[in-house]
Structures are given as structure tokens and as C-alpha cells.
Design a protein around this ligand. Sequence first.
Ligand code: AMP
Ligand code: MG
Length: 410
Amino acid sequence: MQLFEKLVDHDKAVRLVLENTPRLPVARVPLTEARGLALAEDLRANFDSPPFDNSAVDGYAVRSADAAEAGRIFQVVDEAPAGRPATKSVGEGEAIKIFTGGVIPDGADAVVMVENTSGWGEEFELKKAAEPGQNLRERGADVREGELILRAGAEVGAPEIALAATQGYGKLSVFRRPKVVVLSTGTELIEPGSRELSPGEIFDSNSFALLAQAEEAGADARRVGALSDDEGVLRAAMEEALSTADVVVTSGGVSVGEKDLVKGTLLDLGVEQIFWGIKLKPGKPVFFGAREDVRLFGLPGNPVSAMVCFELFVRPALMWMTGREDKHRPRIEVYFDDDVENRFGRMHAMRVTLERTQKGWRAESVGAQGSGLVSSLTKADALALIGPESRGVRAGQPVEAIVLREEKLS
Ligand code: AMP
Ligand code: MG
């Protein structure tokens, strides 16, 4: 039987993961494929935007000096729909019919809304005095030529795509989306929905949970159904995963039992161990390794351990690979109303609920903290990191927590 050689601290494990994970190559992708990726370079405005003074409303472009008082009659000499500038300019007592987005014609310095006129033809009467510049959207009001509009590392979402498009960028340089393969291992595991359970069997939940987490972190993730604890089966599936993915995530079979074949199989397949075993609860037996550019996370089978360890180690790695600035979840300081013990000699990533109080963020355990209690994670807002050094924390003492439900903070 194999034993853990040396457990690494949580912080050191995160550092080792990030230090040993390469950034993915940069690719130029069409706007339609950029969502969720991080920009690999700063983006500057190519020109003033909007590129020309234009009308904010449907109405008439006039000289404001002519429109200082209501009651005047204007002659309509031309029209300027969006996309078709007028050919004439606006002279004294004249107006050009204009539509939202239409180019402000020469001579005009204000637009009167159609609602403030009467008659919509050759001439109209002004019903309300106009101010210079009214209803006019100025060239460059949005961004100025040369201005930094998006920073490298920013996640591309709908607003970023919109801004890039206004500046004529059809493609963006982004870090490629990571390909993730998720495998679960355990002879007891059955595909949910496939049939009823026989004695001793359970449904595979980890591969679904880890797939969802990988997708949530922006990865292009694929799930391989549960594999039995058989060397041949594991070997074939892992080789296939290692030769197609950027990141392979396994669950189960990575501890020190006789049926724990994951680590041995990976080493046989040429994966180099970076660490195995973390001073953490839940999630002691995590394995992290590398084969060429592929990174491999062997997560424990207990569902809470698998999901928590994904949060703590895999998610930051995926974020880092894709160049995301925000690779960590928000961290906040919390306190407990009562003393909290830690008898494990390992850091306890405790599932807690959060409540904002006058003293700050109050954390409370979700209840039992067993690593098989899947329902506990549905109740958790955050993971409070209760250090290994102390025997725990005292009531009111500040504790760092990783916020899982970011909407709680708003
Ligand atoms: P292991 O890490 O393989 O020793 O598994 C630890 C515990 O987690 C055992 O009770 C397993 O049955 C359970 N387990 C392992 N893999 C999964 C999975 N994919 N879904 C749900 N439970 C699992
Ligand atoms: Mg197992």
C-alpha cells in the first residue's frame, strides 16, 4: 500500500498549480466565438465613436438661432434618414427632416423633436423653442480615437463585444478556450437515469458536477461516463483524455486504498507528479500532475471533496490558462458567533452561509460537514478557510472565506 509522502498546504498547492500551468495559445476568433474568453491584448479605439454628429430623435435639423422662439414656420428642404446623409445644408428659416442616427447636416446645430412641431411635410410650425446642441449626439461622445477601450485580461461579455464591434473589430485576440475532459472512476457508479440501482451501487454525480463547474469556468468540457476500477479500462480512457484535452479532471480512486488505481495509472502513462496530498479537509488526496502541455487533476471521489477541490485548484488553473484577470473568486472576511473547532490538523474549507450584519459578514456552518453530503453544498454561500495551525477560531475573530455565490455580495 502506498502512503502520502508529504502533504502540501492549501496555499502552496494553489501556487504550485498556477506556477506549473501554462497559458493557452492566443487565437484570433470572430466576435461570435469570443464570449467568456479573456482578451490577450489591449484594444484601442480606431476612430471617434460615434464617427459623426447625429440625431438622437426623429425630427428636424435646424439652426438654433432661428428656433429661439416658438411659432416660426420652417421650410423643409431635404431629408437625412440614418445611413443617408442629406445633400443640402440648412440655411436660414430652413430645416432638414432627420431620423434617429441621421447625420446632422451642415449648417444645423440642433434638432427639434417631431412632437414639438405641427405639420410633417413641406413646412412645419415650431411649437417649442430650441437650444443650441439639443437632441444632437456628438462625434466622439462614446469613445475617442486612440483611447484604451478594453484591457488585456478582461473577460469578453456582451458589452465588450458591442464596444469592439462599434470600432470595426471583426475578430478579437483571446486566449483559447481550454478543452477539459472529466472522468469519474468507481465500480459502484451508475449513470443516472439509465436504470435502478442494485445493492451497493450509487449514481455517478461527480462527472456531472465537475462538467458543470468546468463549463461555468468557461471551458469547452466533455464528460466521459463513470469507469470501473480496472487498470485496463482506466488506462485506455485516461490515455484518450490526455491526448485530446488541455486539462483532465478525474474523480475517485486517488487515495491509498487497493482499488485506488488512478495515480498509478497516470504515472504509468507518463504523467509527472507535481503534488499528491493536501493538508485540507475536505479533499486530502488530491493529485496534480503534468504531461507535456496537459495538466491533470486527480480529485477525490467524495462528492463534496471533488467539488470543493475543483473550486480551490482547478478553477483558478482554468482561469489562469485563459488569461482571466479574475482568476479567483471573491474573498471576504467573515466571523462566527461562536468558537469553531478544527481538530483535523488540516485546513478546513468549511461550508457556510453568509449574512451581512452590523459587524460585517457573519458565517454559520451549513450543518454537518461530511464530505459525502451533497445537499450541504446546495446550502453553502461560501467556504470559510479555517487554518490548520490554530485549533480553530474564536467567536468574532476574522476568518477568510471564498464566496461561492457572488450574488450574495450585491
Ligand atoms: P474514492 O475516492 O474512489 O475512494 O471514493 C470515495 C467515496 O466517494 C466513495 O463513497 C464513492 O462511492 C464516492 N464516489 C466516488 N466517485 C463518485 C461519483 N462519481 N459520484 C458520486 N460518488 C462518488
Ligand atoms: Mg472509488
